[in-house]
Design a protein around this ligand. Structure first.
Ligand code: GTP
Ligand code: MG
Length: 366
């Protein structure tokens, strides 16, 4: 695929080349083996099995894997309390595992230098959005190892952006980005595989190959949505380096239905925090981009109050703090939409205009 498909920026080349499903699969598999080696080099992606050489027995490691703890980095992210709850792991075994983990990390300091962080962050990549203006706004596109949230009222293009990203993720891009597969979690039943076809056509990609690289799951309850994270982690683990994007469209829809009223708010936020924490960990553990969409409050009484901006994203502080970059979408003229950086660790608060077209998200014409 690296030879045939190109970045959206190199549009002129796109018209002449097409990818076959075979080519796409073969090159993705090759990329996988390269990135696995590279990532293992800097400790990003080491299998928990490596703890065997530090005295943990294989059966215990199997128990970790059964609950989705497959990598050393993933194990580091689990509290002792959670480890103790795993069936078949006694306190002594948990201590043994934690000791082995420390040893495997060289008993080193918890600190590393900013330079070390910079080297590690070189593995981060950006996924193009289909609109060069939006990419510029985001410093190249949707970031890996981070959660990007897009919120806005209905018809502002959140689902269209999700569909476009499901395709653009598959194309190689800037800074040696190799392209990869996508997991799409749909909570509102708005995913349309046929919507991917014209987007694939726009980039001159093989439609069937593009559809084959998007792994879809429909969640019906918020519990199911949280539970799916184990399956996602297992998938990313089984095919290391192959998946590059996890989409959840939308993050709040089911929580909103499953928990109602003030009485259940605390419970809802607790479960939501669990969901967001899983997303954060997955994005860092497997170096993937996480893209979530969110709805806004539509409080009919709000206009009567003295709040200057009664419309805001839902989910409160939990979503606000877990999302690395927050994008606010609003309607513009006709097919145009305006996206504004609402919160970002490294990009200024500015706006860009894009258009929703049959070929997905694109630059606005005027
Ligand atoms: P909710 O999920 O309802 O909150 O909205 P959303 O933000 O997800 O909106 P969505 O992404 O579904 O955007 C819907 C908009 O995209 C509508 O204005 C559609 O007219 C437009 N749209 C969908 N498909 C196409 C298409 O093939 N061509 C064009 N030009 N517009 C499209
Ligand atoms: Mg939608």
């Amino acid at each position: 695929m690296s030879k045939t498909a190109t970045t959206p920026r190199e549009k002129s080349k796109l018209v002449t080349k097409t990818v076959t499903p075979q080519q796409a699969n073969v090159s993705l598999a090759t990329n996988a083996s390269i990135s696995q080696d590279e990532e293992a080099d800097d400790g990003l992606f080491v299998d928990v099995d490596s703890l065997q050489s530090f005295g943990v027995n294989a059966a215990d490691l199997k128990k970790l894997k059964a609950v989705g703890i497959c990598t050393v980095k993933g194990l580091k992210m689990v509290t002792k309390k959670k480890l103790s709850k795993i069936k078949g792991l006694s306190d002594a075994k948990v201590d043994k595992i934690r000791e082995a983990l420390l040893q495997s990390c060289g008993n080193g300091s918890v600190f590393c230098t900013a330079l070390d962080v910079a080297v590690k962050r070189k593995n981060c990549f950006h996924i193009a959005t289909g609109s060069q203006e939006v990419d510029k706004l985001l410093g190249g596109g949707i970031n890996s190892m981070a959660i990007t949230e897009a919120f806005g009222e209905f018809r502002t293009g959140k689902t269209q952006l999700s569909h476009t990203l499901a395709v653009t993720t598959q194309m190689p891009g800037a800074n040696n980005y190799s392209g990869g597969k996508v997991v799409y979690i749909d909570t509102e039943n708005t995913f349309r595989p046929d919507r991917l076809r014209p987007i694939a056509q726009r980039f001159n990609l093989d439609e069937e190959a593009v559809l084959e690289n998007v792994f879809y799951a429909r969640a019906f309850t918020s519990d199911e949505q949280i539970g799916m994270m184990d399956h996602v982690a297992a998938l990313f683990y089984q095919e290391p380096g192959v998946f590059k994007l996890l989409i959840v469209d939308s993050i709040m829809a089911l929580f909103r239905v499953d928990y109602s009223g003030r009485g259940e708010l605390a419970d809802r936020q607790q479960h939501l925090a669990q969901m967001m924490s899983r997303l954060q960990k997955i994005s860092e553990e497997y170096n993937v981009a996480v893209f979530i969409t969110n709805q806004m409050t539509s409080d009919p009484g709000a206009t009567m109050s003295f709040v200057s901006d009664p419309k805001k994203p839902i989910g409160g502080n939990i979503i606000a703090h877990a999302s690395t970059t927050r994008l606010s979408l609003r309607k513009g003229r006709g097919e145009n939409r305006v996206v504004k950086i609402y919160d970002s660790p490294d990009m200024p608060e500015s706006e860009a205009t894009f258009a929703i077209t049959s070929g997905g998200i694109n630059d606005a014409k005027d």
